[in-house]
Design a protein around this ligand. Structure first.
Ligand code: SF4
Ligand code: SF4
Length: 329
């Protein structure tokens, strides 16, 4: 049936260290995102009840009633939606521990709520699997703290690898190579994205507040070597941070280093808070830098992908975002 909805309303599920949601976005018009469970610290849940509350949101959307938190979000689109009830777009971000301190990290923001408890996700995943609620023809994306700082990480990843999850996306700072990532990269179903944001040790120290640039480049070399047939599984991300890494020289250095370690795909994003504050008044030199990255990657034969905040930028600039899906069908 054709109606307006979004992939995450239809089939999304996201675990955060203090909440359960459908997605990681907060691009609607309300001060709070759409919570399924707010203030969640791993308590035992009646999953039938939780699933029913999600079904209600989907049913409302089918009838043209969009949750206030989603109104205005770029994820909404009119198209044919199937009635697949399972969770297909799973995001695991239930931990916040990390071994670096990026200046743009949510953990460093004043409204960051220190975790009251840590919780394990494996029992929940196993319960949902038993209920036949997980669609392994979907996507698992990690975006929590750092995978290398999560003890459960290899267990979760090995579980999904064994189940044949179609896409597994890992986000890591790359300071330490992770065992199950080295294994997963060989399967062509996993990708790993490392936000390097620069091309030298000094700038790295400034952005990440740890002196680990060389370790990251070493890990990236190992990951590149571990790739299977898909040579675009290892990605270097560049978050444009105005006044920090906003020159063409910064970008050149980053791309030179990216290619030096054999990476063939990069991701572009913007510092989210900066874009939010400046969306009505983006300086011209940022537009030029954006275009420079688009042109340079093309010239160098490096594949370029835009992440969520960059897509918001493209929407603001009325650039073509058509065909952009939150997840790969
Ligand atoms: S419409 Fe946007 S905010 Fe709402 S669930 Fe979809 S992606 Fe998330
Ligand atoms: S690597 Fe990720 S979790 Fe760690 S400080 Fe940076 S942004 Fe935060």
């Amino acid at each position: 049936m054709k109606y307006v909805s979004c992939q995450n309303i239809q089939n999304g599920l996201r675990f955060e260290y203090n909440a359960i949601k459908l997605c990681c976005f907060m691009s609607g018009n309300t001060p709070e995102p759409l919570f399924i469970k707010k203030d969640y610290w791993g308590e035992k849940l009646d999953w039938k009840e939780v699933v029913d509350s999600i079904y209600k949101i989907r049913e409302n959307q089918k009838n043209g009633i969009t949750p206030a938190e989603c109104v205005g979000c770029f994820g909404l689109q009119e198209r044919e939606w199937d009635d697949n009830p399972k969770f297909k777009w799973i995001q695991i971000a239930h931990w916040s521990e990390c071994n670096c301190n990026c200046t743009y990290c949510y953990r460093l923001q004043s409204n960051f709520e220190k975790p009251k408890k840590r919780y394990k996700i494996m029992p929940i995943i196993k319960e949902l699997d038993k209920m036949n609620m997980l669609d392994y023809n979907g996507e698992l994306a990690y975006s929590g703290g750092e995978p290398a700082s999560l003890r459960e990480f290899d267990d979760i990843t090995n579980f999904f690898l064994k189940k044949g999850m179609r896409i597994i996306m890992v986000h890591s700072n790359g300071i330490k190579p992770v065992k199950s990532v080295l294994k997963g990269l060989k399967t062509d179903t996993m990708s790993v994205t490392v936000s390097v944001d620069c091309g030298d040790r000094q700038k790295f120290k400034q952005i990440k507040q740890v002196d680990a640039y060389n370790k990251v480049m070493d890990t990236l070399k190992k990951y590149v070597k571990a790739q299977g047939n898909d040579k675009t599984s290892v990605r270097s991300k560049y978050i444009i941070i105005p006044r920090v890494n906003d020159t063409k020289e910064d970008v050149d250095k980053w791309l030179d280093e990216t290619q030096r370690v054999g990476i063939q795909k990069v991701i572009l994003d913007f510092e989210a808070d900066w874009l939010e504050r400046n969306k009505h008044n983006i300086p011209e030199y940022i537009d030029e830098l954006y275009q420079y990255i688009v042109d340079s990657t093309k010239q160098r034969g490096v594949e370029l992908q835009f992440y969520g905040v960059a897509t918001q930028y493209r929407e603001i600039k009325k650039l073509n975002v058509e065909g952009y899906g939150l997840h790969q069908e």
